[in-house]
Design a protein around this ligand. Sequence first.
Ligand code: GUN
Length: 295
Amino acid sequence: MTDAKIIDGNLFSARLRDTLAGHVRAMKDAHGVTPGLAVVLVGEDPASQVYVRTKHKRTVEAGMNSFEHALPADTPEDRVLALIAGLNADPAVHGILVQLPLPRHIDSQKVIEAIDPAKDVDGFHPINVGRLAAGLDAMVPCTPLGSLMLLKDRLGRLAGLDAVVVGRSNIVGKPMAQLLIKESCTVTVAHSQTRDLAAVVRRADIVVAAVGKPEMIRGDWLKPGCTVIDVGINRVTAADGSKKLVGDVAFAEALPVAGAITPVPGGVGPMTIACLLRNTLVACARQHGLPVPEV
Ligand code: GUN
């Protein structure tokens, strides 16, 4: 069943990846440059292994070079930092992503800050965080960027709309709020200490849910006709004992109320990787002084 209200992230991301592949081909043909993405995985976290495999597959499909570095869980921090220094210096590598979370003995912030900001395709380096906050060109974190693309595709101009971002993480909530401010939305960032969250959410024309709590946001919290972007990916056990993925929004309750909503899976998730490829292409163009494709 397809419902016009359901925002199809699979379809949108597939089109975006096609567009990116076209730019990659053009860059190769005109300038002999192939964008390269290095992904660093430390440890054997099964979810991270799945993400990294998918990233590799999509990178190669887009015509880019993919460099994978899988290190054992007990790799010393110094070794990870030395690897990053090598990738910073490698002209074939235009983007560097260190898969999070890292094992506890490694200081994630130190690792993030070791990445050359020009190659920081995750947009987590304080230079990029600051540039985004200042409204300057920056590497923008992939999940909020993908969420914004879906919003603009559905709504066009966002100026003046009330947006509520539920969650204040560095990876999603905070950069999402910055992007929506840049679009001239009136932005509220709600979190675990927010009083009467339902009343706050009910004011929103745009709801971005990024809390990591299965189906926490209920259908009767939503303003009729609002647009819901569900960033949550939560693995839960259904009544019949089977495992399934659900978002942070109670989808079945929200669907009749919302004007549009992203499903889980198949909503924001596939946009994240497409935006990682987009950031790698942009980083490559900037590093080579080439025109930056408008994607
Ligand atoms: N782990 C979960 N999401 C992300 C992400 O966007 N980037 C990185 N590096 N690790 C993650």
